[in-house]
Design a protein around this ligand. Structure first.
Ligand SMILES: [Zn+2]
Length: 286
């Protein structure tokens, strides 16, 4: 049977952009239009059409404002995991701030819907060597997996493996599921989510995923509700950030649907179980 790949959604609204505090300050979030609810429902409709369950990494702030949405994810049989509370990059905060933000997100999601949370994803793939303390904190808090690494030079950390691996620390172990990248000579290319998915030709993403599956590994695809917005709000973000957020945004729904037509997908917890049961695992201790 075809390999089960991971399909994931980072549930955040259009104004949850990292490191642009002066443009979209946290104190003003309550004044901005709520669009995450409507856009997430489009994703749920698409998943229902393909009878596919996924992992929703819910931002605690979104769960607090939209508890009904979290219940819809749960009632649809999807996995619920956390994306933190305030969408802060780990490279910008201390371990104590991270633990507090994590706890706040668990409270917010738990208040919205009774569900077991075993997975975490950091904003902007910011578990790098300098923030590897996050794994200790996740282990202490009972998490079973993390999906916050991307093996690249420009973003994330090139030193980490490209495929799921086990992290062992003094406090225990946790499985890391990195964003999919493709190696070409000495550098990697991301192609399964965000700006890289939007910029990659569709055939490139399909071939990359097929190659990964032929090697015996699952791929990891990710999307955001704001990438399903028919009329995204205009922001005055700095050019680089605006490009990263908005460029080719309208290509996402059809690309995700094309992938749903071609590959088997499931939530991360099931993908990791199937992968580890298959006997192909890497024990890259840190
Ligand atoms: Zn995010």
């Amino acid at each position: 049977m075809d390999i089960l790949n991971a399909l994931t959604v980072d549930v955040e609204d259009w104004y949850h952009v990292c490191a642009v505090g002066d443009y979209l300050p946290t104190e003003k979030w309550g004044e901005y239009e709520n669009r995450v609810n409507k856009n997430s429902r489009k994703i749920l409709d698409l998943l229902r059409k393909y009878d596919t369950r996924v992992t929703f990494f819910v931002l605690g702030y979104v769960a607090e404002k939209n508890p009904d949405l979290v219940r819809m994810f749960r009632d649809g049989g999807h996995e619920i995991a956390t994306h933190g509370y305030l969408h802060q990059r780990l490279i910008d905060i201390t371990p104590a701030e991270f633990e507090a933000d994590l706890g706040r997100s668990l409270d917010a999601i738990g208040n919205a819907a009774d569900c077991e949370i075993i997975g975490y994803r950091a904003p902007e793939w910011t578990v790098v060597r300098e923030t590897a303390w996050a794994w200790d904190i996740l282990i202490e808090n009972g998490f079973k997996y993390d999906s916050s690494v991307v093996s690249l030079t420009m973003m994330g950390d090139r030193a980490f493996p490209r495929f799921p691996f086990v992290v062992r620390t003094g406090g225990g172990s946790i499985i890391e599921f990195p964003a999919s990248t493709m190696r070409c000579l000495w550098e990697g290319f991301p192609y399964t989510g965000g700006l890289p998915l939007r910029m990659s030709p569709f055939w490139f993403t399909v071939e990359g995923m097929k190659k990964t599956n032929r090697m015996g590994y699952p791929s990891l695809v990710y999307m955001h509700p704001w990438e399903f917005d028919d009329d995204p709000p205009k922001t005055r973000l700095p050019l680089g950030r605006r490009f990263m957020h908005d460029y080719l945004i309208k290509s996402v729904p059809s690309k995700i649907e094309g992938l749903l037509e071609r590959f088997r997908f499931g939530p991360i917890k099931e993908v990791l179980k199937a992968h580890l049961d298959s006997g192909r695992r890497r024990n890259d201790a840190t």
